[in-house]
Design a protein around this ligand. Structure first.
Ligand code: GRF
Length: 200
């Protein structure tokens, strides 16, 4: 696939960026991958993921939410940055800011998130502890389109892991994270193909 056909994708992060790294590796490692990661933006200037992205040769930027008086002006700056870079698809990867309906609607159908549970189960935070408390036999992760309702948008794809005897939230999170790194590149490719009007 030629560079011009690839879907220009930004990854938004707040932290270490292991999912971001898996997306960059997938996009750079396969000439036929339908998306190119052309920008990584963090709302935290010190996020470890920014250095990882720069090492991989991807443009990075920080839009520090603390520098803005309110959520909307922060989001307008973020939106302007994405549009200036001609971004077509946005992948949230450990981005720890809830986005307002204004931003979500503006990017509807072009905004993905990875969530560490088998949606629709365990929306919101502390998913691993809640899965253990509920006694489920299987847990996992989901990639979904973002809609104004938190973690409730259409699911693109999921990966499942077993819950094992003796698991705590940390061991379960580690098992799920390994599947996140497989799932997100697959789901982003799917979303990119849909955007180009290909098969779904
Ligand atoms: C992942 O567990 C993801 O599911 C959640 O935040 C975490 C991000 O980790 N949304 P990383 O920054 O991608 O390593």
């Amino acid at each position: 696939m030629s560079g011009a056909e690839k879907v220009r994708t930004a990854v938004l992060i707040s932290g270490r960026g292991s999912n971001m790294a898996s997306l960059i590796a997938a996009a750079q490692g396969d000439p036929a991958y339908p998306a190119a990661i052309t920008l990584v933006v963090s709302n935290r200037p010190g996020a470890g993921g920014l250095a990882r992205a720069a090492e991989a040769g991807v443009a990075t930027d920080a839009v520090d939410h603390k520098a803005f008086p309110d959520r909307e002006t922060f989001e307008r700056a973020l939106d302007a940055r994405l549009r200036a870079a001609e971004i077509e698809l946005v992948a949230l990867a450990g981005f720890m800011r809830v986005l307002t309906p204004w931003f979500v609607t503006r990017w509807e159908g072009r905004l993905l998130n990875i969530h560490p549970s088998l949606l629709p189960a365990f929306r919101g935070v502390d998913t691993h502890a809640r899965a253990l408390a509920a006694g489920v036999a299987e847990h996992g992760c989901s990639v979904h389109y973002v809609t104004p309702e938190l973690d409730a948008g259409p699911v693109i794809d999921r990966e499942t892991v077993p819950v094992l005897p003796g698991d705590d939230a940390a061991t379960l999170a580690e098992r799920v994270l390994a599947r996140e790194h497989v799932l997100y590149p697959r789901a982003l490719a799917e979303a990119a193909r849909r955007l180009r009007g290909g098969q779904s």
